[in-house]
Every structure is written in C-alpha cells, then in structure tokens.
Design a protein around this ligand. Structure first.
Ligand code: UDP
Length: 238
C-alpha cells in the first residue's frame, strides 16, 4: 500500500494521529508517554509504544476472527498502525470482572472482590469534567448516542470480555477490567477503536496476583517496563 502520511491532527496522551493520502484511513503513532489521574501524573515507560501496538494488533486480529469489527487495518512498523478513520463515540466503555480502581473507591469495596457477573459502565469522555460515570439513559438524553448504539456498545463490550478473558487465561493472566472505545463509520457502523493494551486493562498474573499493567506506574510499584515486556511475550509469544 503506498499510503502517504500527512499532517498530525490529534496529539493524545499515548498516541499521535495523522491524516493520510487516503481520506478513509489514519495512522496512529504509539508513544512511550504515560499519564494517570487525568494527566496529574506523567512520565515515560520505555518501549511502551512498541508493546502496546504489538498487543493491540494481536488482540484485534483475535477479536476480528471471532466476529468483532475493529478499526485496525495494518501495522506499518513497530510504532505506526493504519486504522480506519472513524468518529469516536464520546463514551468510554469499561468492563469489570473483579473490583479495582475507581469502582473500589466509589463503593468502598475491597480491591480484588470477584463480581458475580461482568459489569459494563459508561464514562463520558470529557477531560475537563474528569470523565464522569454516565448512565445509558443520560447519554441518550443529551444526544451522545442512540438507544440502539448504547445497547450495541454494551453487547459488543461483553462479547469482547468473554473472548479476551478466555484468551488471557491461556497465557496465565486474569483480565480484571478494561476500557474500550468505539468509533462510527460514515454509514453509522460501530467499530472497536483506539487500543487494547496494559495501558487500558488490568492484568493480574494467575496464581501470584502480580500486576502486569499500568497500575505499576499509577501506584509506583516499580518494574513497569518488565511488566509490559512480560505481557508482550505472553500475548505474542515473542
Ligand atoms: N481506564 C482507561 N482510561 C481511563 C480510565 C480507565 O484506560 O481514562 C481503564 C483502566 O486501565 C482500567 C479500567 O479502565 O483497566 C477501569 O478503570 P477505573 O474506572 O477503575 O479507573 P482508574 O482506576 O484506571 O482511574
């Protein structure tokens, strides 16, 4: 594919996005920059961009093979991924299998408590408000999504959870929770977008409970680069 990379149009926390010579495609460059707590904490995790792209690619291929549509097209190199241009739905979709993070704080429930069934939550993507929790009903009422779309986000997120939970168990990792983002094609089709990586998932090693994700950065646990490399090896076998 002789795709030309043009100007950058969005500088995110972990990725920079570029227009390309094909108006239906964009290029995402995966950086090593890390932020937490709505950008109050920031730093670098050496090699993170490479790990996150490789894991995202492997997981998107798995999900596509199981019928989940994604925006992934191809990886150009170890930091640049071509994806379909979508309009991002302004809702973050979080799926939880065990209690952790903001859920533990919000309801004062011990981290690690197993939930009887997976929980899906929506958060409004708005940095200046600190990405608040939002109900599907409120999201529909303020015009962020249609009833059909919120139902689809919920259904797809649960399906992704079942596929990923089973996959991670085969590599000795428990999927505690994760955040997904979705995008819309001009015809309204919903696609899984953004990334799926240790930046946006909680991974605990089966047996030891060792954290193999961004919580090592958030909580200053040390060994963050090693944890990302460990996840890369487990997911890609490389
Ligand atoms: N998450 C994310 N981006 C966010 C908020 C959460 O990727 O802006 C992920 C986070 O890594 C975790 C899951 O979503 O795997 C649930 O996060 P939670 O709501 O507990 O918030 P956190 O403790 O990460 O602030």
């Amino acid at each position: 594919m002789s795709l030309k990379i043009l100007d950058s149009f969005y500088e995110g926390k972990a990725k920079t996005l570029f227009h390309t010579s094909d108006p239906t495609l964009i290029v995402q460059y995966f950086k090593d920059d890390a932020t937490a707590f709505n950008r109050q904490k920031f730093g670098q995790i050496v090699g993170k961009g490479v790990v996150n792209l490789a894991i995202t690619k492997a997981l998107y291929k798995l999900l596509e093979s199981k019928g989940i549509p994604t925006h992934f097209v191809e990886a150009l190199d170890e930091r640049r991924m071509v994806s379909r241009k979508v309009e991002i739905v302004p809702l973050e979709v979080v799926v939880r299998n065990r209690v952790a993070g903001t859920f533990a704080k919000r309801y004062a429930v011990a981290e690690g408590t197993i939930l009887p069934a997976p929980i899906v939550e929506f958060f409004l993507k708005k940095d200046e408000l600190g990405d608040p929790l939002i109900t599907a009903e409120a999201a529909i009422a303020i015009g962020l999504a249609t009833p059909h779309e919120t139902a689809e986000l919920d259904r797809l997120a649960r399906k992704v959870n079942e596929i990923l939970k089973a996959f991670f168990l085969t590599v000795g990792v428990e999927l505690i929770d994760f955040k997904l983002e979705f995008g819309k094609l001009p015809d309204g089709t919903l696609l899984l977008a953004d990334e799926i990586s240790p930046d946006c998932c909680r991974f605990w090693e089966v047996g030891t409970g060792k954290k193999l994700d961004k919580d090592r950065f958030r909580q200053d646990l040390g060994g963050i680069e090693d944890a990302y490399q460990d996840m890369l090896k487990r997911v890609t076998g490389g």
